[in-house]
Design a protein around this ligand. Structure first.
Ligand code: ZN
Length: 370
């Protein structure tokens, strides 16, 4: 994550800004100072308003994050981008009710703030309509008017019922309380794509380039989510035994990274580590790369390997394997039988097996009620 800078942390969650973030501040200074004709004061006003907007975005993301922490889901970081923020959760909980609460918690923060800020704006005698078009002068009080307006915009925009917006997750998880999770995802994605198409057509007809971009963003977000869930659902009933790679070198804790590099030259990227045949750790590709970059090739495998990667067994369902690979952001998992390493399994192996199984289902029987 060298592309972002840490600002501070809240309850162990790092709040970071992406390196492209200052662009939005420059844009705001230009918009209010030059185009708006406000000069230096206008530029400062613009920077203040946009900074406040991002305080709101951060609070929105903290809303999601605190709800996630409440359910024991770790939050890795919050990153602020010029187009908004993302709270990176280690995974989405499987229980629909939890996903629903986490998705609603962000917009709920904006609704609460809108009520408070709207009240203050009214005290200053300011209109609650769009301050950008209703000719509100750039005074201290106007800031509340802007904050009120932006909170409403953030709440409404995020509740559009389409992935990757919060509204898409709300819709899916609400349906998943009664319907099957995969079916709910397909319906939610379908609604999202329909909305995106309508929105895109509207943007094209009205020459609104920005609306067309948002439509494309929503369309691809819905498609991606549907594909990912569909892929995982297809894996149910298949086991590790049908897809794993047993031809993998097993490292010793005392091996040096120099020796591991020789293996990577043959296209191998992830390695189990065993001591007298028993599994003791795992050296993934990312870890190997960063260890090599930081301290060179003379370190031992033992000093850089992960000791907390739980191995899977030959009978583990591939749905669970894929879920763990994406949750733990690993490229592969070690496969163990009776405490001994028998191979590794990665997304690549799983995809390969699935392609074969689609062509020749009789060769890949599925375990029922997995
Ligand atoms: Zn959100």
């Amino acid at each position: 994550m060298n592309s972002s800078l840490k600002l501070f942390s809240v309850r162990g969650i790092d709040i970071r800004v992406h390196l492209t973030f200052p662009l939005i501040l420059l844009w705001a200074a230009f918009q209010f100072g030059v185009l708006g004709g406000g000069g230096l004061a206008g530029a400062l006003f613009g920077v203040t308003v946009i900074s406040l907007l991002f305080v709101l975005v951060t609070l929105h993301e903290l809303g999601h994050s605190f709800a996630a922490l409440h359910y024991g889901v770790p939050v890795e970081r919050i990153v602020l981008l010029p187009i908004g923020g993302v709270a990176q959760l280690s995974h989405m909980p499987d229980k629909p009710k939890q996903e629903l609460v986490i998705a609603l918690a962000g917009p709920a923060v904006n609704v609460a703030l809108a009520i408070v800020m709207g009240g203050i704006a009214l005290l200053f005698g300011l209109p609650l309509s769009n301050p950008l078009t209703s000719g509100v002068s750039l005074t201290f009080g106007a800031i509340f008017s802007y904050i009120f307006f932006y909170n409403v915009v953030l709440a409404v925009f995020n509740m559009i019922p389409a992935f990757p917006m919060d509204g898409g997750r709300v819709l899916r998880s609400a349906m998943a309380m009664w319907l099957d999770y995969g079916r709910s995802t397909q319906i939610a994605a379908g609604i999202g794509r329909t909305l995106a198409v309508l929105f895109g057509i509207y943007g094209l007809l009205n020459g609104q380039f920005f609306s067309v971009l948002i439509a494309i963003f929503i369309y691809s977000g819905a498609t991606q989510e549907a594909r990912m869930v569909q892929f995982r659902q297809k894996l149910r009933g298949y086991t590790v035994q049908q897809a794993y790679n047993s031809q993998v070198p097993i490292l010793q804790p005392a091996d040096s990274l120099r020796e591991v590099v020789n293996w990577t030259a043959r296209g191998l990227t992830d390695f189990p580590v065993a001591h007298f045949g028993s599994y003791v750790g795992f050296l993934g590709n990312e870890q190997l790369m960063s260890a090599l970059q930081q301290n060179g090739p003379d370190q031992t495998v033992a000093s850089v390997m992960s000791k907390d990667v739980e191995p899977v067994s030959l009978t583990t369902d591939l749905y669970d394997v894929q879920q763990r690979l994406s949750n733990e952001k690993l490229s592969a998992l070690p496969v163990v039988e009776y405490g001994r390493i028998v191979g590794i399994i990665s997304s690549r192996h799983i995809r390969h097996m699935l392609r074969m199984a689609t062509m020749r289902p009789e060769l890949f029987p599925r375990v029922q009620s997995a």
